[in-house]
Design a protein around this ligand. Structure first.
Ligand code: NAP
Ligand code: ZN
Length: 354
């Protein structure tokens, strides 16, 4: 018998998020049943809850930055037991047998058979969609549950955003070899961007933040940026022409890519992780040809790398800068996120959900 769990979600693309009851499956032999303590608020939650991305099926219960405590586990689960802290990110299942899944790059599953934490067809409850972390509890296959290192256990709210904002920036920075001697740009100081600045600095790169918000300059430096550039200032941008090894753009809106492509050095790469509702205008191809520049994309990261990232954060004392809210403030939080007015991730205290 599935159990009922209180949740918050949207019934249509235009209705505010509100309370309703959802079903959680009975844990199977490889499942972990988690009581959710905190859930971060990602811009992807907003894109989905408002039907900005194709294929959204309502109702939607967003939330994929989940930290909680294990209540019970299935008979075959050995890595977790009741009482343990545990975390879940953006995926809850994948084919598990293709080469990408075997090397723990589940998000790049060769069969495209990835089950998102929310708004994916639920393999365990045919005919239903998955519901995410804006909820009291969740049941997840143990392959997709990661351990919360002891050093992060006294800062659980600030740990939650690592499960999406953290891994989505850590993974491309690692993949493109960001480290000492590299000049790296991070575009946008929001949930993803502030983690990008922290990781780039922790990896030892010369880190430059690009922001549209003059009020974030000091914070950018406090978070680890060596320099901060106001991206609307054309002269300030031009001073960095052809000088970057790598740029990571986290903007949640479509924007002109050309000014950033022009900042890359020969062989430089700009990687997009933002997933705006409307496409970017096509970039000028001459900027690619003449300096052998690349434009790339990246999606979260695999489960093994997510664990590696959490362990790295525990070792280096890295967590998110968060503003903790009760779930009843979620609609207001969405409006503030749209105004770039969040320092730098909202996290829902799930004790507020009755
Ligand atoms: P966020 O917290 O809202 O941050 C986005 C930042 O973009 C803002 O803080 C702002 O920074 C900047 N920005 C510039 N112009 C803007 C404008 N006109 N309106 C709003 N923001 C503007 O969002 P997030 O949670 O970091 O997510 C960013 C994007 O990444 C979203 O599209 C999300 O869906 C996507 N995402 C992708 C993945 C993936 O796997 N690839 C994973 C998670 C999220 P400044 O004030 O500094 O300019
Ligand atoms: Zn996310």
């Amino acid at each position: 018998m599935p159990t009922k769990a209180p949740a918050f979600g949207s019934q249509t693309a235009t209705s505010p998020l509100a309370h309703f009851q959802i079903d959680r499956r009975d844990p199977g032999p490889r499942d972990v049943h988690i009581d959710i303590l905190f859930c971060g608020v990602c811009h992807s939650d907003l894109h989905t809850a408002r039907g900005e991305w194709p294929g959204v099926v309502f109702p939607v219960v967003p939330g994929h930055e989940i930290v909680g405590r294990v209540v019970r586990v299935g008979a075959e689960v050995t890595r977790f037991k009741a009482g343990d802290l545990a975390a879940v990110g953006c995926m809850v299942d994948s084919c598990g047998v293709c080469p990408a899944c075997v090397r723990s790059e589940e998000i790049y599953c060769d069969k495209g058979d990835v089950t998102g934490t929310y708004n994916s067809p639920d393999k365990h409850m045919p005919g239903k969609m998955t519901y995410g972390g804006y909820s009291k509890s969740i049941v997840v296959s143990d392959r997709f549950v990661v351990r919360v290192p002891a050093a992060l256990s006294n800062n659980l709210a600030a740990t939650a955003p690592l499960l999406c904002a953290g891994i989505t920036t850590y993974s491309p920075l690692k993949h493109w070899g960001v480290g000492p001697g590299k000049k790296v740009g991070i575009v946008g100081l929001g949930g993803l961007g502030h983690m990008g600045v922290k990781f780039s600095a922790a990896f030892g790169a010369h880190t430059v933040l690009f922001t549209t918000s003059p009020g974030k300059v000091e914070d950018g430096k406090r978070l680890g940026a060596d320099e901060v550039v106001i991206s609307r200032d054309e002269n300030a941008m031009k001073k960095h022409a052809s000088s970057f090894d790598f740029i990571l753009s986290t903007l949640a809106v479509s924007h002109n890519l050309d000014p950033y492509m022009g900042l890359l050095n020969t062989n430089g790469t700009m990687c997009l992780v933002g997933a705006p509702a409307t496409p970017h205008q096509p970039p000028n191809i001459w900027q690619f040809l003449m300096k052998r520049r690349s434009l790339a994309g990246s999606a979260i990261g695999g489960i093994a790398e997510t664990q590696e990232m959490l362990d790295f954060c525990a070792k280096k004392n890295i967590v998110s800068d968060v503003e903790i809210i009760p779930i009843q403030k979620i609609n207001e939080a969405y409006e503030r996120m749209l105004r770039s007015d969040v320092k730098y991730r909202f996290v829902i205290d799930m004790a507020s959900l009755a």
